[in-house]
Design a protein around this ligand. Structure first.
Ligand code: FEO
Length: 163
């Protein structure tokens, strides 16, 4: 059974994971309209993953005797300055999500909720990967210079380690 506080923080995370999904959808859609099919595909895949993360939290809250709340989402930006700025934004967002996951973990520990403390470790590991893949893309962009965006658009799907 979740305590009220753990439930509240898990519900906050449902909103954040769902917003992440919409943010990446917005970025994917922007990239698609700019003719960058590879970058768009990577971002669409990220959006799907974030939706899965949201679902994991929804199901956890309900399974543990709480009530998952499906929130409204803030509208993500429609336009992005450019590809390097977009990926800098992805990394910043993932760092924010990592901090947010850590807060849920800290609350679970404080409330002596061992089940949630254990369950959320998957997200701790996942965030390490998500930050690292955003950083890898930024590194590639920095290294490759003028042709970077063309090359990245061609190669980006290979950077997804999980498929
Ligand atoms: Fe589910 Fe990338 O945070």
């Amino acid at each position: 059974m979740l305590t009220k506080k753990v439930e509240e923080f898990c519900n906050r995370q449902i909103e954040r994971e769902g917003y992440s999904s919409n943010l990446y959808l917005a970025m994917a859609s922007w990239a698609e309209t700019k003719g960058m099919a590879g970058i768009a595909a990577w971002l669409y895949a990220q959006a799907d993953e974030e939706k899965e993360h949201m679902l994991k939290f929804i199901k956890w809250v309900n399974e543990r005797g709480g009530t998952a709340i499906i929130p409204e989402f803030k509208k993500p930006p429609v336009k992005y300055k450019g590809v390097p700025e977009l990926f800098a934004e992805v990394l910043k967002h993932e760092q924010f999500i990592s901090a947010s996951i850590n807060e849920v973990l800290e609350v679970a520990i404080a409330e002596k909720d061992h089940a949630t403390t254990n369950w959320i470790q998957w997200f701790v590991d996942e965030q390490v990967e998500e930050e690292s893949s955003a950083q890898q893309i930024i590194d590639k962009l920095n290294l490759a210079g003028a042709n970077a965006i063309y090359l990245l658009d061609r190669d980006i799907m290979k950077l997804r380690g999980d498929d």
